[in-house]
Structures are given as structure tokens and as C-alpha cells.
Design a protein around this ligand. Structure first.
Ligand code: TYM
Length: 346
């Protein structure tokens, strides 16, 4: 089917290429799901030739336990499938199984500048966190966006569906594509980020001015995709709001309430401003958010349990995915090597 998809893309010449990824640095969260994964399944795999990747090499940029990264990589792949990806429609694979990412990453390092890497917000935040924990900052954390640009550019990607926090990295990938093409000749498609209309940045329920992230210390405000319904309810009911008794959608002034409205809007397919009109207390809002999240996660958790019982099936999907991905990436990465002045080796 993947070959058929490619053939039909070539026949029409118009099928878009989509690429996106998730890194196995922690258990996946509601933020990952609403900001990215859900749309991959509901929209992206149907409208384009879409590749989705568990970007495990990125998980090595911070202090890590090898066994945990291995486990989380499989879990992430299983959850992405459980969220509704159909391997007959799209390609799912693990980054480390396709060498082209690392090959191209070096060329991206030779295209980017030290200054533009240091300007990345995520680098600043994560470097500060590593230092705060008494650890050292790995060089790969700085060069991470070069690998991410390689992930995207290797596939001639047109669109990168991501949450808002990744927009800066995708912007850098754009800049690198343009720069490489100008210096060495047209090699890469210039990609663009696509973010969802709501829930592009789900906030930590305990700290509604910061992102709900999978590697945060304050886990009481993080809803994980595999949380039991009771745990979800507890976390939502204890979400930090403010001292005003009513409900209104004012993200700047009332970030806690706005976050809850956005989560509800994303789960219910509605819009946060309209939803706000239907509530006169935060308690009632929280109850509905909790139930909406529980109901949204229910089918994903059920499918995850089925797939987790059949690890051979997930492995087979990943292997087939890596094979197709390799075939797509290799010619473009070879062309980039040639364009930049490296004698061909294959
Ligand atoms: P990662 O693993 O942090 O997140 C995976 C996806 O989930 C989105 N996301 C969120 N969206 C809304 N609210 C949140 N709180 C939230 N938290 C995470 C992210 O924006 C992302 O779309 N660097 C990337 C992984 C990556 C990648 C790529 C993505 C590596 N190479 C190439 C796209 C294309 C990352 O760390 O995502």
C-alpha cells in the first residue's frame, strides 16, 4: 500500500509530504496528543503521504537511562499507533533505524551557525534545567535542531504538523533548506510548520504559564496518556485557576482557566470562547474537562492495551516503516552529499 501511495503521488504529482515526530524522553502527555498526535491520525495521514517517527536519537541529548529510552521508544510507537495511525495509510518508523538522519545532520551542522543554535528557546530552557539538576549540558543538546532539520529535509517534507513549541525549530529547518539550496543548488523542499487551531500549547495544570511537558518535575500538573481515569480526574480537579469565581476566556490574564477551556475545546471539537459562555463556575468547568479528557483517552488506552499485548505487530510495522523511509531519504541525502562537495561513496 505504501508503494501504491507513492505511485499515486507520482501519478498526480500533487500529493503533499508530511513528516513529524515525537521523542521518547518521557511518558507521552495530553499535550503531545492534542497538539500533534491526534491530528496525525484524524487528518494528516488521510490528506498526504505522511511519515511519523519516534525520534529516539533526540532522547540522548539529555541525561538518559538506556533501558528506559528503549522502553519508552516502543511505548511511544505503540501509543502513536493506538491514537489511530494506520500503517496502510502512513509510514511509522524509528529514527535510529534510518541512517540518513545522522548523515544529513552533519551537513546541517555545516550549514547552520553556532549563533542560531544558541538562540533556540528549547536549548536555553533545557540547558538551564540540566544545569539546575547538577548535570552537564551535552553538545548534542545544542546541535539538536540540526538533527531535527535533517529529519524533516531528508524526506522533501512540505508540512510539519507540530505543537507551538516546535515552531522555532521548524523555522530553523526552513532557513537551513533555503541557505543550502542557495549555496549548493536546489536540493531541499522548504517545509512549513502547521499548528492546531486550539491546544497548540497545552499548559501544565499546576503551572498554567508553562507548557505541559513529558520530562517535567512537576508531574501533578501533567496528564499522561496512560493515566488511569481516576488520576486524570484528580489532576484536572486540582488544576490551578485564579480567585475569580466566574469563567471567561482570557489567556493572558487568566491562563489557568483559558488552558482548561482550550483542552475542553480540543476534546469536544469546539471553541474556547463559546464554551466559556456556558459556565458560571470553575468547578463545573473542571468536571466537564475531566470527563472530556477521560473519554478522549479511553479509546487510545484500550487500543494501546491490545497492541502492547502484541509487540511483534508493532515491531513489524516499525521495520516496514524504516525500510520505506530509507528508500525515500537516501536519494535526497546522497544528492546533498554530492552538492556540498563530498566525493560519492556509494
Ligand atoms: P516532543 O516529543 O516534545 O513533542 C511531540 C509533539 O507534541 C507537541 N507537544 C505539544 N503540543 C501542545 N501542547 C503541549 N504541551 C505539547 N507538548 C508537546 C510538540 O510540539 C510535538 O509536535 N523536537 C521534537 C521532536 C522532533 C520532530 C522532528 C518533530 C524531532 N524531529 C521533526 C517534527 C519534525 C520534540 O521534541 O517533540
Amino acid at each position: 500500500m505504501n508503494e501504491m501511495a507513492t505511485a499515486s503521488a507520482m501519478a498526480t504529482g500533487a500529493r503533499k509530504r508530511i513528516f513529524s515526530g515525537v521523542q521518547p524522553t518521557g511518558h507521552l502527555t495530553l499535550g503531545n496528543y492534542l497538539g500533534a498526535m491526534r491530528r496525525w491520525a484524524e487528518v494528516d495521514q488521510h490528506r498526504a503521504d505522511a511519515l511519523f517517527c519516534v525520534v529516539n536519537l533526540h532522547a540522548l541529548t539529555v541525561e538518559h537511562d538506556p533501558a528506559r529510552v528503549r522502553r519508552l521508544s516502543r511505548q511511544a510507537a505503540t501509543l502513536v499507533l493506538a491514537s489511530g495511525l494506520d500503517p496502510e495509510l502512513c509510514t511509522l518508523f524509528v529514527q535510529s533505524q534510518v541512517d540518513e538522519h545522522l548523515r544529513l545532520s552533519y551537513l546541517m551542522e555545516c550549514t547552520a551557525s553556532d549563533g542560531e543554535m544558541r538562540r533556540m528557546i528549547q536549548y536555553k530552557e533545557k540547558a538551564a534545567r540540566e544545569q539546575g539538576r547538577g548535570g552537564s549540558v551535552r553538545l548534542s543538546l545544542l546541535t539538536y535542531p540540526a538533527l531535527m532539520a535533517a529529519d524533516i529535509l531528508a524526506y522533501g517534507t512540505d508540512e510539519v504538523p507540530v505543537g507551538e513549541d516546535q515552531a522555532q525549530h521548524v523555522e530553523l529547518a526552513r532557513d537551513l533548506a533555503v541557505r543550502f539550496n542557495q549555496r549548493y543548488g536546489a536540493t531541499f523542499v522548504v517545509p512549513k510548520a502547521v499548528t492546531p487551531p486550539v491546544a497548540a500549547r497545552v499548559k501544565n495544570l499546576q503551572e498554567p504559564t508553562s507548557k505541559m511537558g513529558k520530562s517535567q518535575d512537576r508531574t501533578a500538573g501533567v496528564v499522561y496518556l496512560l493515566d488511569e481515569p481516576e488520576a486524570v480526574r484528580k489532576k484536572v480537579m486540582r488544576a490551578v485557576t485564579d480567585s475569580e469565581p466566574d469563567v471567561s476566556y482570557e489567556p493572558e490574564r487568566r491562563p489557568g482557566v483559558a488552558n482548561l477551556l482550550e483542552v475542553l475545546a480540543a476534546c469536544a471539537g469546539s471553541d474556547p470562547e463559546r464554551l466559556a459562555e456556558g459556565y458560571d463556575s470553575c468547578g463545573a468547568l473542571k468536571k466537564d474537562v475531566a470527563e472530556a479528557v477521560v473519554e478522549t483517552l479511553r479509546p487510545v488506552q484500550a487500543r494501546h492495551a491490545e497492541l502492547a499485548a502484541e509487540p511483534g505487530l508493532v515491531d513489524a510495522v516499525l521495520l516496514a516503516g524504516a525500510e520505506r523511509a530509507r528508500g525515500l531519504a537516501r536519494p535526497r541525502v546522497d544528492a546533498a552529499f554530492e552538492a556540498i562537495g563530498v566525493l560519492p561513496g556509494r
